[in-house]
Design a protein around this ligand. Structure first.
Ligand code: RB5
Length: 146
């Protein structure tokens, strides 16, 4: 599995913690920043990262900003992206099983690093169930391809 990791200034600390976790899990990833002292605009990081998932260069993306909301809105504008804003373990598991989410968004200002790390562990290790969910996910793709 190859993951692309990005954040704005509001998510830099958590992004670095997640990078350490991916190292520990021996999951291949590319961290595209930001390497910022000042503030940056989340779409400048979220959209390029999402595009690189959509074009198949990466299997999944993890995007962090202050709330996770800006990153999730941005990523979901990219065709083929199913970005999930997740701040609890139930949703981390369910969004992989049911939505086949390919981008995980979290807010560094919303949750602590301990929970965020457990969310990433759950999200990367949970498989999509397909079955009855495939029809629903398929309808999203159908709409995108209209
Ligand atoms: C930046 O201040 C903040 O707006 C951003 O990190 C994010 O929370 C946006 O949704």
């Amino acid at each position: 599995m190859k993951i692309i990791l990005a954040s704005d200034h509001g998510g830099t600390n958590l992004r670095k913690e997640i990078a350490s976790l991916l190292d520990e899990l021996e999951i291949q990833y590319e961290d595209i920043g930001c390497d910022c002292a000042g503030s940056v605009d989340y779409p400048d990081y979220g959209i390029p990262a999402a595009e690189r998932v959509a074009n198949g260069e990466f299997d999944k993306g993890i995007l962090i900003c202050g709330t996770g909301i800006g990153m999730s809105i941005s990523a979901n504008k990219v065709k083929g992206i199913r970005a999930a804003l997740v701040h609890d373990l139930f949703s981390a598991k369910a969004t992989r099983e049911h939505n086949d989410s390919n981008v995980l968004c979290m807010g560094e200002r919303v949750i602590g690093p301990g929970l965020a790390i457990e969310i990433v562990r759950t999200w990367v290790s949970t498989e999509y169930e397909g079955g009855r969910h495939a029809n629903r996910v398929g309808k999203i793709a159908e709409y995108e391809n209209k």
